[in-house]
Design a protein around this ligand. Structure first.
Ligand code: NAP
Ligand code: GDD
Length: 325
């Protein structure tokens, strides 16, 4: 059924984009990925699926582009006529969004409407997935579900709220199959090095090998609902196979603190985290999201999706991957 379907993935070089591209290729899709021009290679996460432009009948095709460049997005969508577009591209770091708020708004917020306009002007029955975030719930206490009020606490969260609503607006105004996946934190060995789980996992492994002495972190009391990224991209795909466009929370319905994650990661190498972790206030955020825990029952009911890897196992997976690297 999915044989020769065409997908466009923005953010294909990121954690989620790389897993999603693998999933779509395994299902027979032709996958087009948007990549940013960079003076150094930014394709490490998709090296295992990369196909040389000289290969015949390629099923992974990369295109230079940027979410700030609506004209080239429109040209690309018109050229490749995708059945499905997954908008995973973003300035995705919450702490960094306080340093670069305008850029974050342009890419993580306005970039979404640039892409939706490209789809609308092409006039095709393209299905659209928007990478919405639990960060939109911000200060609203858990558990959070599809009916929970948004109260974003960062420029990133505010930009994601814009993208969430513009996605719904294009669904209601133009009948586009446009869906929001409201994903809670999800991690993996491909997680970026500056996100807290990867920072902790890598430090635990390095300290156990004598390559590092200590680990500096910010707020140890923040709580997150951390799931496993490969399972979450499956949920994205299922959303675009559903009968109707809608909005779905994807989470584990469990919540752990940063301290808890330290405990799980250092335990995996037989060390006590308290001996190595120090607090550096430079990592504190001007406004923090204290507690996230997502109720994913709608995704389970309609998409048949549920998580199997919970945070304690996730921490082990990440530490073990680092030990093997
Ligand atoms: P990530 O690893 O940081 O990847 C972000 C991707 O966006 C990268 O491919 C990056 O390209 C690309 N990008 C950045 N700026 C861009 C621009 N101006 N134009 C086009 N592409 C640009 O993020 P992720 O963890 O895979 O997350 C994927 C999406 O889900 C993001 O939208 C994120 O905000 C959202 N989300 C993530 C989580 C989570 O816990 N991981 C939870 C909820 C929502 P480079 O490789 O060139 O930097
Ligand atoms: N990054 C980082 N670095 N975070 C730290 C540190 C540190 O040294 N020390 C403590 N933290 C705390 C942060 O203050 C935050 O409360 C928590 O750890 C998680 O931080 P991140 O791993 O940076 O993730 P995030 O929750 O801010 O954002 C991620 O999840 C969102 C979904 O809720 C990103 O992937 C976003 O793109 C995503 O939307």
């Amino acid at each position: 059924m999915t044989e020769n379907r065409v997908a466009l993935v923005t953010g294909i070089t990121g954690q989620d984009g790389s897993y999603l591209a693998e999933l779509l290729l395994s299902k027979g899709y032709i996958v087009h990925g948007l990549i940013r021009r960079s003076s150094s290679f930014n394709t490490a996460r998709i090296e295992n699926i990369y196909q040389d432009p000289h290969e015949l009948n390629r099923r992974l095709i990369l295109h230079y582009g940027d979410l700030s460049d609506g004209i080239s997005l429109a040209a690309l969508v018109a050229e490749i006529e995708p059945d499905e577009v997954y908008n995973l591209g973003a300035q995705s770091h919450v702490r960094a969004s306080f340093d670069i708020p305008v850029y974050t708004s342009e890419i993580t917020g306005v970039g979404t409407v640039q892409l939706l306009e490209a789809i609308r002007s092409a006039g095709l029955p393209t299905r659209f997935y928007q990478a919405s975030s639990s960060e939109m719930f911000g200060a609203t206490p858990p558990p959070q579900d599809e009916n929970t009020a948004f109260y974003p606490r960062s420029p990133y969260g505010v930009a994601k709220v814009f993208s969430y609503w513009i996605t719904r607006n294009y669904r209601e105004a133009y009948g586009i199959f446009a869906t929001n996946g409201i994903l809670f934190n999800h991690e993996s060995p491909r997680r970026g090095d500056t996100f807290v789980t990867q920072k902790i996992a890598k430090a635990a492994a390095r300290i156990s090998r004598g390559e590092q002495d200590s680990l500096y972190l910010g707020n140890l009391f923040a709580r997150r609902d951390w799931g496993y990224a490969p399972e979450y991209v499956e949920a994205m795909w299922r959303m675009l196979q559903a009968d109707e466009p809608d909005d779905f929370v994807v989470a584990t319905n469990t919540s752990y603190s940063v301290e808890d994650f330290c405990q799980f990661a250092f335990e995996a190498v037989g060390l006590e985290w308290q001996k190595y972790v120090q607090v550096d206030e430079n990592y504190f955020r001007p406004t923090e999201v204290n507690d996230l825990r997502g109720d994913y029952s709608k995704a389970e009911r309609i998409l048949g999706w549920h998580p199997t890897v919970l945070t304690p196992e996730l921490a082990k997976i990440m530490v073990n991957a680092e030990l093997l690297s």
